[in-house]
Ligand binder design. Structure first.
Ligand code: SF4
Length: 128
């Protein structure tokens, strides 16, 4: 039995999850999969609790909680990250179309949509 620690980890509220799968690809470590129509953290050791999946969920089913879990396993995640890097599809800023290869993107929610915004366009969203 692996030792557990108290740490941050993604929590999925099953009653809110519609199984859309939008949270699967933002997880670089492959911790989230759709199982029987619902998102699940399939291996706790692959979830680093960073929460990059949170911003894309259209229903608010994803949160971060602190609880007992096995530690994040960098060695287990490394080959999955490398494999996903080979097939990744760059996302684009909803406002200007800039690719994440050119500028860092952040997830935003507005009017019920989950979108990506680049660091150049973000200040205009904040300050209007
Ligand atoms: S993005 Fe949200 S609603 Fe969609 S599968 Fe993931 S947890 Fe469920």
């Amino acid at each position: 039995m692996p030792t557990t620690i108290n740490r941050q980890i993604v929590r999925i509220e099953e009653s809110l999850c519609n199984g859309c799968g939008l949270c699967v690809s933002p997880c670089a470590e492959g911790a989230i999969q759709i199982v029987d129509g619902k998102a699940r953290v399939i291996r706790e050791e692959l979830c680093d609790g960073a929460g990059f999946c949170l911003g894309v969920c259209p229903t608010g089913a994803l949160t971060i909680e602190v609880r007992e879990a096995v530690p994040f396993d960098h060695d287990a995640a490394a080959p999955i990250i490398a494999e996903k890097q080979q097939n990744y599809i760059p996302q684009h800023c909803f406002n200007c179309g800039t690719s994440e290869d050119q500028r860092a993107l952040l997830p935003v929610r507005q009017q019920g949509r989950s979108e990506w915004v680049c660091t150049r366009c973000l200040p205009a969203l904040i300050h209007g």
